[in-house]
Design a protein around this ligand. Structure first.
Ligand SMILES: *Cc1c(COP(=O)(O)O)cnc(C)c1O
Length: 428
């Protein structure tokens, strides 16, 4: 569900025509809908309401400070994976005591900064990391809470191998047997209160079943730990809730909740969720202008001014985003957002960027309506892992980001200039 729709053949974001925004800010442009962000946040908050969970939006999926402010003012908290994300969360007015900090490689500086900020929970991935946190906490005179990241050995076969983090052989967390030994060793640490379990089994996870399996295994572990007098107070079930890259292809928050809430509602556990893409994915599009149409060879190409530097997911994971012109015939039916959608009278094309890499494509083998130089193309469902993964490779300035609220819009990150791409190299 989102607030991007064709009206009389022209794509609108809420009450604003995308073409009007682009006429002012240029292309490529990331355009976000605040109503869509809040809709998805509220859908999760409502669906899991019975558990009164702390919802920690995963900043890494879409990190703009102005987006974080919007979510924070709606009552959302944050999941951070680095010192940089922690800094953003705090600048956005996030309540430090409700922030959770994940990541396998936290540095001393990152841990110390998080101790100083007084964050809520450190999600711990290894024995070595726990010992380091304990040492730094003692130095700082702090007494933080920690949750052990558990690797419950479940996975969703539809999740890409790079993002399936809940299997035994990944670098994330520790397995169940090792978790028990972990509590034996550190459950009574004088500096760090180890009283939580953290799960994040991968993303996206296209059904509730892997969560159910993971939570059941975890509850058994929590019982065993209780028998040893280790009290587990918080259970963080992570993120990975899918988003609709294709219309109707993913469960709604309420479907996940229907399976998960009954397992947890009588446990007395304080529940934390870390949704990222389910909030941000469909809240954003990438608007890009066609530079050239290249036909006559083995393949047809639509070459646009956005590239893998703006949206890395297709090159990195082979992800499929629905791509379509912003303007269609006024009486045409709006396209169905499916990767395999075939336009009437269309030609098969690859939509590619201008970077010198064979992997620089945004979409492959799509049947699109006739496209001409200058047309505005839209990459849908680009809010999550879009702008945040952009780079300046080929000295390409990063794109502008725009936030729409009803009939208004504003730039929330200016387009970078050429000077931005080399400024840190001058005067050194
Ligand atoms: C990436 C990540 C998330 C968010 O994943 P989504 O698929 O965007 O929901 C949540 N928790 C942790 C620990 C992560 O690494």
């Amino acid at each position: 569900m989102d607030h991007f729709e064709y009206r009389n053949g022209s794509l609108f974001c809420e009450q604003v025509a995308v073409a009007d925004i682009v006429a002012e800010v240029g292309t490529p442009a990331y355009i976000y809908s605040s109503a869509t962000l809040l809709h998805h946040y509220n859908a999760i908050a409502d669906a899991f309401g019975e558990l009164n969970p702390t919802i920690c939006y995963s900043i890494k999926s879409l990190a703009n400070v102005n987006i974080l402010k919007l979510l924070s003012s709606a009552g959302c908290s944050f999941d951070v994976t680095s010192g940089g994300e922690l800094a953003r969360a705090l600048v956005a007015g996030g309540d430090a005591s409700k922030i959770v900090f994940a990541g396998v490689g936290k540095t001393d500086r990152e841990l110390s900064d998080a101790l100083t900020a007084g964050i809520g929970v450190f999600n711990i991935e290894s024995e070595a990391e726990f010992e380091n946190l304990s040492r730094l906490a003692a130095q700082a005179g702090a007494n933080p809470h920690a949750a052990l990241r558990l690797n419950p050995d479940v996975y969703d076969p539809k999740t890409h191998t790079y993002t399936a983090t809940g299997k035994k052989e990944t670098k994330f967390g520790v397995d169940i047997e090792r978790a028990e030994r972990f509590f034996d060793a550190y459950g009574s640490d004088p500096n760090v209160v180890l009283d939580g379990i953290h799960l994040h089994i991968g993303s996206p996870i296209y059904s509730a079943q892997p969560y159910v399996e993971a939570i059941k295994k975890t509850l058994t572990l929590i019982e065993r730990l209780k028998g040893k007098r280790f009290e587990v107070r918080t259970l963080d079930i992570g993120g990975g809730f899918a988003a609709d890259y294709e219309t109707g292809a993913s469960p709604e928050a309420s479907e996940y909740a229907a399976a998960i809430v009954p397992l947890l509602k009588d446990t007395g556990l304080a529940v934390i969720l870390e949704p990222g893409r389910q909030i941000s994915c469909n809240s954003g599009i990438l608007a890009t202008q066609v530079q050239y149409v290249k036909t006559g060879g083995e393949k047809n190409f639509v070459i646009v001014d956005a590239a893998m530097t703006d949206l890395f997911r297709p090159a990195l994971y082979g992800s499929e985003h629905f791509v379509y012109p912003a303007s269609i015939a006024p009486d045409a039916d709006p396209p169905e957002r499916k990767a395999g959608f075939t336009a009437p009278d269309g030609t098969k094309v690859d939509v590619v960027g201008g970077v010198c890499e064979g992997s620089d494509f945004l979409a492959k083998d799509r049947v699109l309506p006739p496209i001409s130089r200058g047309d505005l193309m839209i990459v849908f469902s680009a809010g999550a892992y879009g702008f945040v993964m952009s780079s300046q490779y080929n000295s390409r300035p990063r794109s502008v980001e725009v936030l729409v609220e009803g009939a208004e819009y504003r730039i929330i990150r200016r387009r970078e200039t050429y000077e931005d791409t080399y400024a840190a190299e001058l005067d050194v």
